[in-house]
Design a protein. Sequence first.
Length: 235
Amino acid sequence: MRRMSKIPKMLIDAVGGRFSTQLGINLSSADPEQIFKWFLASKLFGARISTDIAIRTYKEFERRRTTSPDAILRTGWDGLVRILDDGGYARYDFSTASKLLEIMDDLKRDYHGNLHELHRAAINEEDLENRLKGLGKGIGDVTVNIFLRELRGVWEKAEPALSEMVKLAAGNLGIVKKGEDPLHSLKKIWSAQKIPGKDFRDFESALLRLGKDYCRKYKHDVCPMRGVCKNSVQY
């Protein structure tokens, strides 16, 4: 248990925590504008594209002041394609531009462009996820999981399942045992932490980063956590 208690800080220090914080988005305030910005970023992260490109593209939206439903709709398809291309999102530019416009239309029509209204309308966690996926055809399980993961503790009904990448990393670090509820186990480990300015969302995001960038790619020899990872014995 003593070894486990050191892992969260080591991990966050090594790979980083919340993606929203990295983008300068403050979700803890529950401000609807900040939550929409994270929703937009989550849509970009949800494609099979590198994290760096997704971040660069979000920054391009921010630079063009296109981070609200109305601004996206005003920009139109051609303008969105230019923003996506300038951010390096060229592989998905046409389809993403179309999907963003459809999502904004649905969000405006059904929830007055306010994601807080969507959350209030949801009956429970499952309904919340289904309502998000109902915003056009461009939102799937991956995007919803990315979005809600960093809204734990901000939205009452934001309690998504752990992603496979998080579970992979947690398993490799030996902090989740077979037969245990992984979310409960990780929250229990985190409850013993006192890391200024950090919360469970940082821990979960750090596990995702580790799983996506190292565990999934079998990059155990260069993993920053190789000293405590069960796979490090291979090297």
